[in-house]
Design a protein. Structure first.
Length: 187
């Protein structure tokens, strides 16, 4: 029997690079959580930026309780990841704030190191994990996989939602960032 409750989890990730790990994450946790993620094709790419942000917030994150950011090599560059984290941290009349955690993927440069470099993770996630008594936390993809461990991380993030100060002051990305991304320079 599970010692931790089941949570509605929004999974934020770089679709082009980390789809494999997102599918593995969902497969490994099975029915132990409710997946609230945005999939390719869920939102029309031709709508205005503000409409995309609103759809992410109101249609996908609205009833999620925890946001898990799968952090691969290029996740720090993605505007949608930034928007998803920002929306997750907002507490509004229609949407409660989500707990926040990042999971460093084996494909990330710092996976085998002790501490991830903050400039290689999504900035809004770094803002909330780089302090004593932080709102968020960053863990490494468990190897071997442990559903029990990941459930505990999710539950701890859920419990921190209203007991710890968060930082959502960073301006939102207007476009994807460019820089070195493992396969060369990207934008």
């Amino acid at each position: 029997m599970n010692a931790t409750p089941r949570h509605k989890v929004f999974v934020s990730y770089h679709h082009a690079c980390d789809q494999y790990y997102k599918e593995l994450f969902c497969e490994n946790l099975g029915n132990e959580f409710v997946d609230k993620s945005v999939e390719d094709g869920d939102i029309d790419v031709n709508v205005k930026i503000d409409t995309v942000r609103q759809k992410i917030r109101d249609e996908f994150i609205a009833d999620a309780t925890v946001t898990v950011v799968l952090v691969g090599q290029c996740t720090w560059q993605r505007k949608h990841v930034d928007w998803e984290i920002g929306s997750s941290l907002r507490h509004t009349k229609n949407n409660a704030r989500c707990g926040l955690l990042g999971i460093l993927l084996p494909s990330h440069y710092d996976y085998k190191g002790y501490t991830p470099r903050l400039n290689l993770i999504p900035p809004r996630l770094a803002d909330n994990c780089n302090q004593v008594n932080a709102y968020g936390a960053i863990y490494k993809w468990p190897d071997p996989w442990s559903s029990r461990q990941v459930r505990e991380w999710i539950h701890r993030a859920f419990q921190r939602r209203f007991s710890v100060h968060l930082d959502n002051t960073r301006p939102q990305f207007e476009r994807n960032r460019s820089g070195w991304c493992g396969r060369g320079w990207s934008d």
